[in-house]
Design a protein around this ligand. Structure first.
Ligand code: GLA
Length: 382
């Protein structure tokens, strides 16, 4: 699958620019648990997957930079030495935002040619955005010998998203896409930005994703609003982030904040705790506990944090009714995208059939089921 993608991007580049490109693969990610906790400096538990973006890049002597987004059959021609954000919601911002951030760090970016294409469905909560950002910053770092560390590169990616894309995202997506390890998930402390790798091998169980095919748009103010709410509650409590708040402390200001905001902060505090518990459950090989934590996470995301939607809630309820599914929850920013399901390997086929039929009946549209493999982070190809 990926090698086909690599060939396609490489061939297109060669045909178009008549010169051999430098090739980079940058993966999307799943998140086992720890949702909307990253910008609260809490814990998350993501992993890079075997779906991602392939980017081909090379220097040019031309006065402009040619960028091709092959998936969208769209391209632009810009003078990279003089850029500004493109229209809100357009793909160009993922690339231009990276260039702008690199320049802010005092580096000179000369014109180049870039072609990229991916096999991550966009808006599915599998982080196609971070995959593009990391692919571009990694490729340019190689091409122009900027000598950025991976730690610096993920901050460049994150800032591109804040300043050009307009989403005040946390660091989970960029981190897991860059630092992913094959067959492992990363318990990431979003305050210190350091992680501990956990081997994920559940023998007769595995994760699958079910995509509602409802496209979320994180740029929608809802994501930024959630973040602002969390920051306002932290400020009221005179702490740096919700990571530092206990449930008792939150109770002490309960009558000073709106009920909805209290519920949101409570969700975050509990989710940070659940994430740590999930790792302990994996250490103990206790998949029943892990599964329950996933269900509880979803309940919090749906009822307290209010970032779910009918389709996601339906998929989680449907999973709950199946004894071979130990846990399920929405994944990523929310309002659409995928659920992640912890399911018996033997049941995958049957569940896929049943959930597809039921979803179609209820919503009059199809869901998609993905098998994923936990994979290596952003890297050079060849
Ligand atoms: C998006 C953001 C991440 C994180 C998740 C929710 O994927 O990019 O930083 O906040 O939503 O957990």
């Amino acid at each position: 699958m990926t090698s086909q993608l690599v060939n396609e991007v490489k061939t297109f580049f060669l045909d178009t620019f008549k010169v051999k490109p430098l090739l980079v693969f940058s993966p999307g990610r799943i998140n086992i648990i720890g949702e909307h906790t990253d910008y609260n400096e809490g814990f998350v538990f993501p992993a890079a997957v075997n779906k991602g973006i392939v980017a081909a890049v090379q220097k040019t002597k031309n006065k402009t930079t040619n960028i091709f987004a092959l998936d969208l059959e769209s391209s632009i021609d810009v003078d990279i030495t003089n850029i500004q954000p493109a229209k809100k919601g357009s793909w160009e911002n993922y690339v231009l935002g990276i260039v702008a951030e690199i320049k802010k760090r005092g580096k000179k970016v000369e014109n180049f040619n870039l072609v990229f294409k991916g096999n991550i469905p966009s808006g599915a909560g599998i982080s196609s955005s971070a995959a593009i950002e990391n692919a571009v910053v990694f490729a340019l770092n190689e091409l122009f010998n900027f000598n950025f560390t991976k730690e610096e590169m993920i901050l460049i990616s994150q800032k591109a998203e804040h300043n050009y894309v307009g989403v005040n995202c946390g660091i989970m997506d960029q981190y897991s896409s860059m630092f992913g390890i094959e067959d492992h998930a990363l318990l990431l402390d979003c305050r210190t930005i350091t992680s501990k790798a956990y081997k994920i091998d559940f023998k007769s169980y595995q994760f699958i994703l079910v995509n509602t095919n409802v496209k979320h748009s994180l740029s929608d103010s809802a994501y930024n609003e959630r973040r602002a709410t969390c920051e306002a509650v932290s400020k009221l409590l005179s702490v740096k982030a919700l990571r530092d708040v206990t449930i008792d402390q939150l109770e002490s200001v309960k009558n000073k904040i709106h009920k909805e905001n209290y519920e949101k902060a409570l969700y975050v505090i509990k989710e940070i705790e659940r994430t740590k518990q999930a790792c302990l459950a994996i250490e103990d090989n206790d998949l029943g506990t892990l599964g329950n934590l996933l269900f509880k996470s979803h309940e919090g995301l749906s009822k307290r944090y209010k970032v779910s939607c009918n389709e996601l809630d339906f998929l989680v309820e449907f999973a709950k009714a199946n004894p071979y599914v130990l846990g399920a929850r929405m994944m990523g920013g929310g309002f659409g995208g995928c659920t992640i399901n912890l399911i018996a390997k033997d049941e995958v086929k049957n569940f896929t059939k049943k959930v597809s039929k039921a979803y179609l009946e209820v919503f009059g549209k199809s869901c998609s089921v993905y098998n994923i493999k936990l994979s290596q982070g952003t890297h050079l190809i060849e």
